[in-house]
Design a protein around this ligand. Structure first.
Ligand code: ADP
Length: 724
């Protein structure tokens, strides 16, 4: 494995680790998010208006027992009018207004169907909550301190309770110019008077935010219940901040690992834009006039466009699929539409005050992002090699979508149906993570298996190669040996034939009076030569047979004691008349039985004794020993030693004496040797499962050792039965 591959692997592992952790964090956030939703559902329950006073009746509602309630209906709304309690001293009917207005949880104020307003300007500014809200609440007189939270009033407002200004944020103003936003969140506490009526009047001005006026229904309950909402809301804000920190960290790691790739610059850009968008409200709100709306909308639309660029850069364009066939026309189309939207708003910023523009933007961005998300879903199975990329894109798509979802209905309230969408998106991200992890593991496994297989193959190739090399060397050696043998055979045969022919010629050319003795000498020499030839041919035949037919050994029980004894007697007789001395040393009691071919074994010992006689001088002393050896050759064996004090074998030649035709340089003492004897002997010994070796010191003598496995009692028994 190269360092590069290992580096690449560890990079991937690093990114994978980050993503797994990111997803775990996202799940954690989602849990908090769901908890916030459950705790923070802002729907009033069973609010009814008192017929006499027109006040919302909460007399039967016990906060302790039934929890907090929400003031989401029963409001009056006086569009485009900033009124104070004094203005209401006469009658509320003095100003044109909507009755029974519902403050919906998604940021829109729904004007009641029974609206009694007549003002022609109602349809424009009123949509963004510029005007005065009024509500009267009927409480049980002994209810103690009640608390109310106004999670979001955009943007400048005053809150009057029973004629007293309790809270003020921003500068309530009829002018579109200047700083208007200060604090959208507000928390008030009040003790109901004796008649139990709490009257709340909220004049508010809003010129820059699409979600104006009271954007989210206020909660009413005991101070503890309202504090609890506050805590959860704070938790939620910190979760959102955590999410963005995570996105930034992830983006940083991703760009680090896959640097120098266009798509990752897009990725970073998206993150920057989306984070900026999140904080743009704070940054842009102080801007006068329409600038806040214009810049926020621009960011919002641009984010989706950059996301499109990113998603299209993610996948290769080479194969035939729908998204490759678009040939970037999709991007051009989205770019054109984005530019169209932006151009329109920058030329006519007043359109941003209309609800329709907000809807149009949201729909447009939702379409683009759905298209992008579909691209991920479609391309992922077609490009499994892009595992990491898919994961990033899926996570990114989730982030973009959730950002949109978070943004649209405001941070503090998210309708339950969007949880479904978020769940789906996170689910997809988790799915991709699991897929990626599985693919990654599988690839790692395959890589290891492949590496092992390659190593194994390399090893076996090396083995085969070594075998081939040695086989080749053997073939060369065999070929050399064959050539050498041919020349040896022809030489060894030609020598006696030449001699015999010479003697025949001598006899043919002999004179009539050539003495009989001379002719006899010629004939004796001829006889010796022909015996020598016959011996040579016999040796060759035997050697060939031994080598070509392994089953050529006829096995039977052979008593080596008798065989060696007979040989000893024979050669003792032959040595009579010379000074050579033969000794035999065999323990009497030992069983020297082997399983083997008696003729062949005879040849072995005869050959060794003959050699010992041949290669000793007249003062030769030849010792023959045979004994049983325990635990040799994996069982008991018979060890035979033939030792002489003859000419010995020069040390460098010792390893070759068992080779065919090999004769040591000092072997000329005995002229007629062929060099075949010991190779035949070795072959026979090995065929009997035995071993043969020689020890020798030149001019001092040689010792030949033969070990043959001894016959086991079972073998002997069986053989006996076969014979019977
Ligand atoms: P040869 O027909 O030459 O005796 P062998 O195969 O029997 O052939 O022996 C091979 C060679 O080993 C001999 O030529 C000789 O050089 C050497 N050799 C064998 N036995 C002895 C021995 N007892 N002492 C010295 N040299 C020996």
């Amino acid at each position: 494995m190269t360092t590069e591959v290992r580096q690449d692997k560890s990079d991937k592992r690093k990114v994978l680790g980050i993503f797994v952790r990111t997803v775990v964090f996202l799940i954690l956030l989602l849990s908090i998010y769901t908890m916030v939703l459950i705790v923070n559902q802002r729907h009033g329950i069973g609010l009814t208006a008192d017929p006499k006073t027109g006040a919302v009746d909460l007399r039967d509602w016990s906060f302790e027992a039934r929890g907090r309630n929400y003031l989401d209906t029963g409001w009056e709304f006086y569009p485009n009018l900033l009124l104070t309690p004094e203005d209401f001293s006469e009658t509320t009917e003095a100003f044109p207004h909507f009755k029974n207005v519902t403050i919906s949880s998604n940021g829109w104020t729904h004007l009641g169907l029974d609206a009694a307003a007549t003002s022609s300007s109602l349809t424009t500014m009123s949509e963004f909550g510029y005007g005065t809200y009024r509500i009267a609440i009927l409480m049980p007189p002994d209810s103690g301190v009640v608390a109310m939270d106004f999670p979001e009033i955009n943007h400048a407002a005053e809150i009057y309770v029973n004629g007293i200004l309790l809270t003020q944020f921003g500068q309530v103003s009829e002018s579109k110019e200047g700083f208007e936003h200060e604090e959208a969140y507000s928390d008030i506490r009040v003790s109901p008077p004796e008649d139990g009526i709490i009257e709340i009047i909220i004049p508010c001005s809003n010129f820059s935010n699409p979600f104006g006026g009271i954007a989210i229904p206020p909660a009413i309950g005991t101070p503890e219940q309202i504090d609890a909402i506050d805590t959860v809301s704070k938790m939620w804000i910190s979760s959102v901040v955590t999410l963005f920190v995570l996105i930034i960290i992830t983006g940083f790691y991703v760009s680090l690992t896959f640097r120098r790739k266009l798509k990752y610059y897009y990725f970073i850009l998206i993150i920057l834009i989306s984070v900026s968008y999140e904080f743009s409200e704070k940054i842009f709100n102080p801007l006068p006039g329409d600038w806040n709306k214009l810049l926020q909308t621009t960011f919002f639309l641009l984010m989706s466009f950059v996301a499109t660029l990113y998603f299209s850069a993610l996948y290769p364009k080479t194969d035939e699929n729908f998204f490759s066939r678009t040939k970037n026309w999709d991007i051009i189309l989205i770019a054109a539409a984005t530019c169209g939207f932006l151009a329109f708003y920058w030329i006519n910023p007043e359109f941003l005050h209309y609800k329709t523009s907000v809807v149009a933007n949201s729909v447009f961005v939702t379409i683009i992002n759905s298209y992008n998300f579909l691209r991920v879903l479609y391309m992922t199975p077609r490009h499994p090699e892009q595992g990491t990329f898919h994961l990033i894109s899926a996570a990114l798509a989730s982030i973009i979508f959730s950002t949109m979802i978070i943004r649209a209905p405001q941070i503090f309230f998210i309708p339950l149906h969007s949880v479904g969408i978020v769940l789906m998106i996170f689910g997809t991200a988790i799915y991709f993570t699991i897929r990626y992890v599985n693919n990654f593991n599988q690839i790692s496994r395959f890589t290891i298996e492949l590496e092992n297989a390659v190593q194994e193959k390399t090893r076996s190739i090396a083995r085969v190669n070594a075998e081939l090399v040695s086989m080749n060397q053997m073939l060369i050696k065999n070929e050399d040996a064959r050539k050498k043998m041919m020349s040896n055979v022809s030489h060894d045969l030609r020598t006696p034939i030449t001699a015999i022919r010479g003697y025949i010629e001598l006899i043919m050319n002999s004179k009539i009076n050539t003495p009989r003795e001379t002719i006899n000498t010629y004939l004796t020499n001829m006889h010796t030569r022909s015996v020598q030839m016959e011996q040579l041919i016999e040796d060759l035949v035997q050697l060939t047979r031994l080598e070509s037919d392994p089953a050529d050994i006829k096995t039977q029980t052979v008593n080596l004691r008798d065989m060696i004894d007979n040989l000893y007697e024979l050669y003792l007789m032959e040595s009579e008349g010379s000074n050579k001395k033969l000794h035999l040393d065999m323990p009497d009691d030992d069983m020297l039985t082997v399983m083997g071919d008696p003729n062949r074994l005879l040849r072995v010992f005869e050959n060794l004794i003959v050699n010992a006689m041949r290669y000793t001088t007249d003062e030769g002393r030849i010792e023959i020993r045979a004994f049983r050896e325990i635990a040799a050759l994996g069982g008991d064996a018979i060890h035979i030693i033939v030792r002489d004090n003859g000419i010995g074998i020069p040390a460098p030649e010792l390893p070759y004496i068992f080779d065919r035709f090999y004769r040591a340089t000092n072997a000329s003492i005995h002229k007629s040797g062929s060099g075949l004897g010991l190779s035949i002997v070795k072959s026979i010994v090995e065929k009997h499962g035995g071993r043969i070796w020689a020890e020798s010191v030149e001019k001092e003598g040689s010792t030949f050792h033969v070990i043959i496995p001894s016959a086991t009692p079972q073998e002997m028994e069986q053989h006996k039965r076969e014979d019977d």
